[in-house]
Design a protein around this ligand. Structure first.
Ligand SMILES: [Zn+2]
Length: 301
């Protein structure tokens, strides 16, 4: 009798171990999404929203948000569905398809249907094609970073954190010769660091160019060796560029401003390590419910 009771509980547990009962929270699915993800349907070829997506980012499971594929592994197979030659390790489970010859792929976390995987077709060096329904995935674009110094970083951050497409801002120090500097050290003006704001933005919503325009429109970029009443090398106007595209864009705007008659004092320097400032400096004006004294927006472009 005892063994029967145990057997009963084992059976109960086995039957109950569907994804919905494991405590995981899933996104609600539309009827069309359910047809593919839960009932292993297939979206019509050349209709999925991620087929021609060339942006840099991560494809995640529509049902459970698990990261599945990276944009670097996506390629154009001309088969009508998004194709990848590799998955994020451990994200995708291969199972024999009910049709007896293909290999089905499902999300390893929630079991949601993704599509099928084919090997030996020779599309890429990896010789593998994950043929995935767009509807089974969401896409998270990679955030990009830019580094702007325009005097007291409280004021610089104040404008950037409110800008469209900006996901995060951090105030900190850049460009000096000491390791992990403190505010007190930077204030002496002897460490070589400049008060800088790290801006993290969504390139599918805004751009480095938009960030750069806001930068020039929110400080006096003609002032040398300081900003407003804040004097010292730590308050110098500097753009720290991360790549050649950013560098070229800054040069373009420097020329454009010169043609408008401005004497641009902004320095253009390659981005070294960024050191985040102490917590109490982060989002300072929002914490204090104040507005900057030396960073006032003026339209130029
Ligand atoms: Zn999933």
């Amino acid at each position: 009798m005892k063994s029967l009771v145990i057997l009963f509980f084992i059976l109960l547990k086995t039957c109950a171990s569907t994804p919905q009962d494991t405590g995981m929270k899933f996104n609600p699915l539309t009827i069309d999404e359910q047809r593919v993800i839960l009932h292993k349907g297939t979206e019509r070829p050349y209709t999925g929203k991620w087929l021609d997506n060339k942006k840099s980012g991560t494809y995640v499971c529509r049902q459970c948000n698990q990261p599945l594929y990276r944009s670097e592994d996506k390629f154009d197979s001309h088969c009508g569905w998004p194709s990848f030659d590799d998955e994020i390790p451990g994200a995708v489970k291969r199972v024999p398809d009910a049709d007896g010859h293909r290999t089905e792929i499902v999300c390893s976390n929630c079991g949601g249907h993704l599509g099928h995987v084919f090997e030996g077709e020779g599309f890429t060096g990896k010789n593998t094609r994950h043929c995935v329904n767009s509807i089974s995935m969401d896409f998270l674009p990679t955030m990009e970073k830019a580094y702007f110094a325009s005097g007291c970083f409280w004021g610089t951050e104040y404008h950037f954190m409110k800008a469209k497409g900006v996901k995060a801002t951090t105030v900190g120090y850049m460009g000096g010769h000491t390791h992990a500097p403190t505010y007190k050290e930077v204030c002496t003006g002897t460490t070589g660091h400049v008060e800088t704001v790290e801006v993290e933005y969504d390139p599918s919503v805004t751009s480095f160019e938009e960030m750069l325009k806001l930068y020039y429109e929110t400080h006096d970029f003609e002032q040398v060796g300081g900003q407003g009443p804040d004097i010292g090398p730590q308050y110098q106007s500097v753009v720290f560029y991360k790549n050649d595209e950013q560098k070229a864009m800054v040069e373009k705007y420097m020329q454009l401003l010169s043609r408008k008659g401005f004497k641009v004092a902004t320095e253009l320097r390659p981005a070294p390590e960024f050191w985040a400032a102490e917590d109490y400096h982060q989002e300072y004006y929002d914490k204090k419910n104040g507005t900057p004294y030396c960073h006032v927006y003026r339209k130029i472009f």
